[in-house]
Design a binder for this molecule. Structure first.
Ligand SMILES: [Ca+2]
Length: 273
């Protein structure tokens, strides 16, 4: 509880909570709420904007809608409307949402509810992942999916998926707030989430774990294609520092900061070579 979160981070979501399979793990971390609230109040929007520049991120101003990732590169285009990512390349995880414990806060899809795609996706496609909410004041909320699940029922386990043959990820997005896209790996996740991170203080539920590598993106009202190269993914800096290891990718997170009313859309998530 002595660590100091640096102010130079790009987007201060502590929401890198990677919940259990099908969002069954509700043990939300609530520490640092005051610290994080203060951080967000102190984080100027200009910083958020600057954090998303460079190397073709933010779509590069291209207004056209790119085709969805094809073949083995497709992680999910949502177009089957269900909560499972595309059954390609041994990937079979599910979409879910999570948020902090602020009383009165709400989001849709609700935490713990089965995720469903929303009609009218990017590029005229059938469905996309719509995520909206309001009232979260601690660290915010997130939309995420696991990449690989083995076993069923009580034996379900999240497993790493080897993304090292690829350069990064791509996705289409629109929305009214910045998001931080996190690449959760085993080194930052606790055992409860399929990882190897050991909390500094076990009674504090994940302290200094869950600081996923990632990057912030500023969205617009129109669908745009964004990319996140693995080489550009950074931890926010408040957790145990670890090297990014694409061999142990567990899932992707689309995180929303606190104190915003948001509505975002995600579609056509894939890998880039
Ligand atoms: Ca779609």
């Amino acid at each position: 509880m002595k660590r100091v979160k640096p102010m130079s981070i790009s987007f201060g979501t502590f929401s890198s909570r990677f919940q259990g399979v099908r969002a069954s793990s509700m043990g939300t971390t609530t520490m640092f709420r005051g610290m994080l609230a203060a951080l967000f109040l102190a984080t100027p929007m200009t910083l958020l904007g600057c954090a998303s520049s460079g190397e073709g991120d933010d779509g590069g101003g291209d207004d056209t809608v790119d085709p969805p990732p094809m073949g083995e590169l497709l992680i999910d285009d949502l177009d089957d409307g269900d909560d499972t990512i595309a059954d390609v390349g041994g990937r079979n995880g599910v979409w879910y949402t999570y948020g902090d414990t602020t009383a009165g806060a709400s989001m849709e899809p609700a935490e713990g509810a089965e995720f469903k795609g929303t009609a009218d996706g990017a590029g005229g496609s059938a469905y996309y992942a719509k995520f909206k909410g309001t009232g979260y004041k601690e660290w915010g909320a997130g939309l995420a999916f696991d990449l690989k699940i083995e076993g069923e029922g009580a034996a379900e386990m999240k497993k790493p998926w080897d993304a090292s043959p690829y350069k990064g990820i791509t996705f289409k997005a629109k929305g009214n707030v910045p998001i931080r896209v996190g690449l959760a790996t085993t080194a930052v996740l606790t055992a409860a989430d399929g990882g190897t991170c050991v909390p500094a203080m076990p009674e504090m539920d994940g302290m200094m774990c869950d600081d996923s590598h990632g990057k912030s993106f500023t969205l617009t009202a129109e669908w745009k294609t964004y990319t996140l190269n693995f080489a550009d993914a950074r931890q926010e800096g408040w957790g145990f520092p670890v090297a990014f290891d694409a061999k142990t990718l567990m899932g992707l997170q689309f995180n929303i900061g606190p104190n915003v009313t948001w509505e975002i859309g995600i579609d056509d998530v894939g890998l880039i070579q």
